[in-house]
Design a binder for this molecule. Structure first.
Ligand SMILES: [Ca+2]
Length: 211
């Protein structure tokens, strides 16, 4: 590259006094003033070194899937899905109670705690959550569950126990969370839900993107 640049300089032609200097009374691009030429070479060397450094960095990022590995390392990975499981009714209870979905299908990032039923954000970002509910009873109690963010009720599902047994419903939300926020599905007071090995009641969520 240096040789090509120097050849280019020597063939740029006369006419620019800055590119030439007079030695012994004659002006020619090949009668090069040593000081001017040294400055040009130093400048070109610096630019070449910078370019080589950038090329090496790009090679380092793209070779051997290094870029993919860096992306995985830098992007938090949070996803979970669990079912209530068990056999029979959960509830009714006197007070609102978080449902403990104990059959864990996945829990990347370990943000979901099956012992409490509570998801706790370890990264701030936009999240998606979904839950489903199943009623297998007649008569009452009815089934009412709500998706909670800390003490805030987000979405709910209601089913009245009656002759139309085997009812189910679901709801979902996309919401921003900060580190430490808790999300869980709450069984409302004096209500009940039913589950068994079919896993009708599920609670799932994942990080869409960090913020
Ligand atoms: Ca019903």
């Amino acid at each position: 590259v240096m040789v090509l640049m120097l050849i280019g300089l020597c063939h740029s032609g006369p006419g620019n006094d800055d590119d030439m200097c007079a030695i012994g009374g004659s002006a020619s691009c090949c009668n090069i003033c040593p000081t001017n030429m040294e400055q040009r070479i130093t400048s070109l060397e610096t630019r070449l070194q910078n370019t080589e450094r950038e090329v090496q960095e790009l090679r380092r990022l793209t070779q051997g899937n290094t870029f993919t590995k860096l992306t995985k390392k830098c992007t938090p990975r949070v996803a979970f899905s669990a079912a209530l499981a068990g056999s029979g009714n959960t509830g009714p209870f006197m007070t609102a109670t978080p449902l403990k979905y104990k059959k864990v299908f996945s829990n990347t990032g370990n943000c979901y705690n099956p012992s409490t039923g509570i998801f706790t954000a370890t990264v701030s970002g936009m999240f998606f959550f979904r839950f489903s509910m199943f009623n297998n009873m007649t008569p009452a109690p009815n089934s009412v569950v709500s998706l909670m963010k800390n003490n805030e009720r987000l979405t709910s599902v209601w089913d009245t126990a009656a002759s139309d047994v085997h009812d189910s419903g679901s709801n979902a939300v996309v919401i921003s969370l900060k580190v430490g926020d808790n999300v869980f599905v709450q069984l409302e007071p004096n209500r009940a839900v039913y589950d068994d090995g079919m896993h009708y009641n599920t609670f799932s969520g994942f990080l869409l993107f960090p913020m």
